[in-house]
Design a protein. Structure first.
Length: 663
C-alpha cells in the first residue's frame, strides 16, 4: 500500500486559510518582493533552505522582531557546530516578547493562569510588563547582572513568566525546573549552572492534593552556595514561605521594584537566554544553552507562521516548567496572543478539564501531548459533541509519535474542525524540525511537513539520504536555534559528541524517521531504541501503533533483548483497568502486530507489568529497560524518572519470566 492510501486526508485548509493565514500572507509578501513564485508550500520550503540567509532575514522582518542594532549579516560562520547567527546585532529577548505590550494592546489579557491551589489570575500586557520591570529592579538590587543565571522552581503560571521576563530583560539567563522534581534532580541541573538567584514556590497542588515543600527547598537553597537571593512564591497561599535568610517574599520583591520599567538591556545575538536540560537518564543531565537571537527568530517562525498564532488568539499549551514546551509557550507572548497557563494534573478533576477550559476560554490554539490524546481516546471522551469549540483552530501534539488512531479520535470526537499539528524536535533545539503548516492538508498518521529553513533529511548508515523508507533524522544546514554550546563544556566536546559524531558536519537528531511522498514525515521512535531482530531495523513506535490501540492495553514498552548475537523483541504490557494479559490477549496482540507491521515485529516474549517508566517530561524510558534486560553496567539516574519504582517492578517481572541475565 502506498502512503497515500495509508494516510488519507483528514483535514484541508479552506481557501480563506490559504490566503489569510500568516503563512499564506508571508508567502504572498515574499512573492511581492520578487522571490518565488511559490506554487505551493514545498516550493517555499525549498527556497527557504536554498536561500537560507534571505529566508531568515525575511522571517525577522515579516514577524516584526526588534533589535537595538541590526546585524551586519545573517550568517557569519556557517559551520556546524559553531554557526554564527546575526553577527553584530544587539537585542533583548524580553523586549521582543513584550513588543506588543504598549499602546492598543496594553489592556489585553497577556496571561490567564489556571492553578489547582489558587483562583484563576488574569493579567494584562501592561500589568505583565510592569511586574517584569519591578522584579528586574529587585533582582538588580540584589546584585544580579547580565550573564548571571536566574533559576526557577516554579509551576506553569504567572510568576514563571514574570521571572523569565525580568531575568532576560536584564540580560540574565533563565533556567527552570518543575517543583515536583526531587531535590536530587533539581540539584543535578542547577548545581551545574550555579544560579545567582532562585525563584521558588513553597509547594504545589497536583491531582487535588497539596504538596508543601518548604523544607526540601530550604535544603536545595543550602546546597546552592552561588545563590545571592531567593524569592518565595506563595503557590500554597495558606502555607508558610520557604525559610532562609536569603529569602524575600514574591509580593515584597515586586513592591520593592514597583514603578521601574524593564531595562531591556541589549545583548549579543549568541548571548545565552535559556539553559535547558537533557533528561539525564544515565548521569547528570546535559545543560543545553540557547542563544538569544537564534531561539527568538526560530520561535517567531514556528509560532507565527507554522502555528498561525497572532494578537487576537488565545493559546494554551499544557506543560510544566521542566519541559521545553514551557519555553515555546512563553514565546507566544511575542505574537500578542493571550497565553492561558495551566498548572496541575491534566486529568484533574477529570480528563475533560482541559477540553472544558479550551471551550470556556475560547482557546484558538490548544497544545498537548500524544499521550494525553491517546488517554482521551481510550477513555472514550467526546469533547467535540458536548463543548463549544467554535474558537478552536489548531490542536498541537508532541512528546511522542501520534498514532493514526489518535488522528481518527481528533477528527471523530476530539476537535474535528481543527488543524491537528503533530510537531517534533525537542529540547536540543527548543523547537521543531517537522510539524504543522496551515497551507497543507493533514494526513492521518503523518506530520505535515519539514519546517521552513530546516534542511531535514533521513540518512542511512552510509551517511547518504534515504529516498524511500526510514533513516536517521538529520539537519544538513545550520538552524538558528541549535544550541550555542553546552554549559561547562569549554572545548565543545560534549556538544559535538551529542549531535555531530554520527555524520561529521551534519546534525543527527536521534530520531528514526521517514519522509513521505507528500513531503510529510512519520517518526518511528528514538534511533537508539530501535530493535534489530535478524538485522532489520524496527522503530519502537511501529509496535506501539499496533498494541496501544487494543482496548485491553493501557500502556506498553518494547525493547530488544540480545541473545546469541541476535535480538529478540520483548513487549511489556500494562493491561487496562479490570483486564489481564491472558493467553488469548497475547495471541491477539501477536496477530495484530504480524498483520499490521510484519512477522519480524512479532515479540518473542510478552510480559505483563504494572507500570511503564517515564521521564519527567513524559517520554517512555526504553533505554533503561533495555539496559536492565541486557545486563548493562551503566547506572540509571533514578532522579530523572517521574516514576522510578516502575523500573523496580519491571525488574521483578522480568526476573520471574526468566528474562534477566544470570548474576
Ligand atoms: C517539540 C518536541 O519534540 C517536544 C518533545 O517531544 O520534547
Amino acid at each position: 500500500m502506498s502512503t497515500t492510501e495509508q494516510s488519507p486526508v483528514v483535514w484541508s485548509p479552506s481557501e480563506d486559510t490559504l490566503q489569510s493565514s500568516r503563512m499564506g500572507r508571508f508567502k504572498a509578501w515574499l512573492e511581492s518582493r520578487g522571490f518565488g513564485p511559490f506554487p505551493d508550500y514545498h516550493a517555499l520550503h525549498q527556497w527557504s533552505i536554498d536561500q537560507l540567509e534571505t529566508f531568515w532575514q525575511a522571517v525577522w522582518d515579516y514577524c516584526g522582531l526588534v533589535c537595538e542594532t541590526p546585524a551586519e549579516r545573517v550568517l557569519g560562520r556557517r559551520d556546524m557546530p559553531g554557526a554564527e547567527w546575526f553577527p553584530g546585532m544587539r537585542l533583548n529577548f524580553a523586549a521582543n516578547l513584550l513588543r506588543l505590550a504598549d499602546g492598543d494592546h496594553a489592556g489585553r489579557e497577556a496571561i490567564v493562569a489556571y492553578c489547582e491551589t489558587r483562583p484563576v489570575l488574569r493579567k494584562t500586557y501592561a500589568e505583565l510588563k510592569a511586574d517584569a520591570g519591578a522584579l528586574e529592579a529587585f533582582l538588580r538590587s540584589q546584585g544580579i547582572g547580565p550573564g548571571d543565571r536566574v533559576a526557577g522552581v516554579v509551576t506553569n503560571g504567572y510568576e514563571a513568566m514574570v521571572g523569565m521576563l525580568a531575568a532576560t530583560s536584564l540580560g540574565a539567563i533563565w533556567s527552570s525546573a518543575s517543583p515536583d522534581f526531587g531535590i536530587g534532580a533539581i540539584n543535578d541541573r542547577f548545581g551545574q549552572i550555579e544560579p545567582a538567584a532562585l525563584i521558588v514556590v513553597n509547594g504545589y497542588g497536583y491531582g487535588g492534593k497539596v504538596f508543601p515543600r518548604q523544607q526540601e527547598f530550604a535544603e536545595l537553597i543550602a546546597s546552592l552556595p552561588s545563590l545571592k537571593t531567593v524569592i518565595s512564591v506563595p503557590q500554597l497561599p495558606d502555607q508558610p514561605p520557604v525559610p532562609g535568610d536569603k529569602v524575600t517574599l514574591w509580593q515584597d520583591a515586586l513592591a520593592a521594584g514597583a514603578g521601574q520599567p524593564p531595562s531591556f538591556t541589549p545583548v549579543a545575538p549568541e548571548h545565552p537566554v535559556y539553559i535547558l536540560y537533557s533528561s539525564g537518564t544515565t548521569g547528570k543531565p546535559k545543560c543545553i544553552v540557547h542563544g538569544t537571537a537564534g531561539l527568538l527568530v526560530n520561535h517567531a517562525k514556528e509560532l507565527m507562521l507554522h502555528g498561525d498564532v497572532g494578537p487576537e488568539d488565545r493559546f494554551l499549551y499544557f506543560t510544566t516548567c521542566g519541559w521545553m514546551m514551557w519555553n515555546w509557550q512563553a514565546s507566544a507572548l511575542m505574537t500578542g496572543a493571550t497565553v492561558i497557563t495551566v498548572d496541575g494534573s491534566p486529568g484533574y478533576p477529570d480528563l475533560g478539564f482541559l477540553w472544558r477550559t479550551v471551550a470556556e476560554e475560547r482557546v484558538t490554539h490548544f497544545g498537548t501531548s500524544a499521550r494525553f490524546i491517546a488517554g482521551c481516546r481510550k477513555a472514550g471522551l467526546q469533547p467535540a459533541r458536548t463543548l463549544d469549540q467554535s474558537a478552536l483552530r489548531v490542536v498541537f501534539s508532541t512528546g511522542s509519535p501520534l498514532l493514526p488512531e489518535d488522528y481518527d479520535w481528533i477528527y471523530d470526537d476530539g476537535a474535528p474542525k481543527a488543524l491537528l499539528g503533530s510537531i517534533a524536535g525537542g529540547t536540543d533545539i527548543c523547537g521543531c524540525f517537522v510539524g504543522a503548516c496551515p497551507l497543507l492538508p493533514v494526513r492521518r498518521g503523518e506530520i505535515q511537513c519539514r519546517f521552513l529553513g530546516v534542511d531535514a533529511a533521513a540518512y542511512g548508515d552510509d551517511g547518504q539520504p534515504v529516498t524511500e523508507g526510514r533513516g536517521e533524522l538529520v539537519c544538513r544546514q545550520p538552524l538558528p536555534s541549535m544550541p550555542v554550546c553546552f554549559w561547562a563544556d569549554p572545548e565543545g566536546e560534549r556538544y559535538r559528541d551529542a549531535y555531530f559524531n554520527t555524520f561529521p558536519g551534519v546534525w543527527a537528531h536521534g530520531d528514526f524517521i521517514e519522509f513521505t511522498e507528500h513531503g510529510g514525515a512519520i517518526i518511528y521512535g528514538r534511533s537508539d531504541a530501535t530493535l534489530n531482530p535478524g538485522g532489520v531495523r524496527i522503530g519502537t513506535a511501529e509496535i506501539y501503533r499496533q498494541v496501544e490501540t487494543v482496548p485491553e492495553v493501557k500502556d506498553s514498552l518494547v525493547v530488544g533483548r540480545q541473545v546469541d548475537g541476535d535480538v529478540e523483541v520483548v513487549l511489556l504490557v500494562v493491561p487496562a483497568e479490570g483486564q489481564a494479559l491472558t493467553g488469548e490477549l497475547v495471541q491477539r496482540l501477536k496477530g495484530r502486530i504480524r498483520e499490521g507491521a510484519s512477522p519480524r515485529h512479532v515479540p518473542k516474549h510478552i510480559v505483563e507489568v504494572p507500570d511503564i517508566p517515564y521521564t519527567r517530561s513524559g517520554k517512555k524510558v526504553e533505554l533503561a529497560v533495555a539496559r536492565l534486560i541486557n545486563g548493562s553496567s551503566k547506572a540509571d539516574n533514578r532522579d530523572a524518572l517521574g516514576n522510578p519504582q516502575a523500573l523496580d517492578l519491571i525488574r521483578e517481572r522480568l526476573e520471574q519470566a526468566g528474562l534477566l541475565p544470570a548474576g
